[in-house]
Design a protein around this ligand. Sequence first.
Ligand SMILES: *Cc1c(COP(=O)(O)O)cnc(C)c1O
Length: 398
Amino acid sequence: MIPIIKPVMDEREVEAVRRTLLSGWVTQGPEVKAFENEFSSYVGSKHACAISSCTTGLHLALKAVGVGKGDEVITVSHTFIATANSIRYCRAEPVFVDIDPDTYNINPELIESSLSEKTRAILCVHQMGMPCDLKKILQIARENNLPVIEDAACAIDSEINWKGNWEKIGKPHGDIACFSFHPRKIITTGEGGMLTTNNSEYDKKFRLWRQHSMSVPDTVRHQAKSVIFEEYTDLGYNYRMTDIQASIGRVQLLRLPEIIASRQSLAKKYFEQLTDIPGLDLPFEPEWAKSNWQSFCIRLPEGLNQKGLMQKLLEKGISTRRGIIPIHQERAYELEKWSCGTRQKDCNCSVNRCKKLEESEKAGVKAIILPLYPHLTESEQNNIIVEITAFCKKKINL
Ligand SMILES: *Cc1c(COP(=O)(O)O)cnc(C)c1O
């Protein structure tokens, strides 16, 4: 069976876990600290703060920039549901802006008309590893005095051309970026995430909140020569990463350049071999962006059945995933508050259907995500290409 993705791990990760377990310190401690330092050097940020997941990280990021009850946050519906959930955790309301159908990322041209006096932040997403148009997004944000948080869950080691130089996502170009180490992403710690920022006030808040807003962390008390009583100064959370996870992350980070090189060469082959199928849309990479190819998403020609192709591939032992289902079409958001940037009555949108989010809705039913990971062999990838080509050509000739 060819899965959609497979983590790259071997004895080196096992050895790191072994070392940590035998060290006697397993929760957030020296390994987390080292992972944070190595991560910030890698992406070029001043600070990096490890957390338990990207979802919990987004919650802290929104809270740090001051998002609270009744505020609105500009984001996309075409994303993993956690993006919008993190806004709801702050009791704020996601305002969904439609995507550009070529990049599957927020269409910056549609942001301005979605702003209101309640807008408090922009939470943009580098979907499937493709950088979103940060230059335009930041320009709008700065003009309107809004902080920008980048949901970079999928975008570790993706790059953006910034004033003539290639820079890594997470430097960050906005105010805060947030990464995920879930196994569906590029490198993994089982579960885990990382917040990067150049703002030391935000970083201080993350560090306080992630461990119950404890005034003196347990690592410090553990080493202290005199008795220290800690205080809890603010509502906090348990959003810590463990040292066991961080020790895996440190090895994964060393593998990252190799993983990306391999993903890029697999993506190149898909581009070369699938390009001749009439009407099949391949991913679009703007000249100012370099994707890490976390997902390779194709869009089927008119008249071709998404589920049909997915079933056919599954019968041949090939897993695929459908495109991202927009959040406003999920049951949870029949109950949770959201809007599409107009007062609802101007839009006439019904539950599940929104004219203003047409491209987001289309992407879900037309797109298919293909297997792509370093262990994918040449013959497995050839097989995938052959099956897709056969399916599309047969249907087109009919
Ligand atoms: C995976 C993902 C998340 C959630 O990451 P976790 O680490 O699983 O919490 C958030 N946003 C996007 C865009 C994602 O793809």
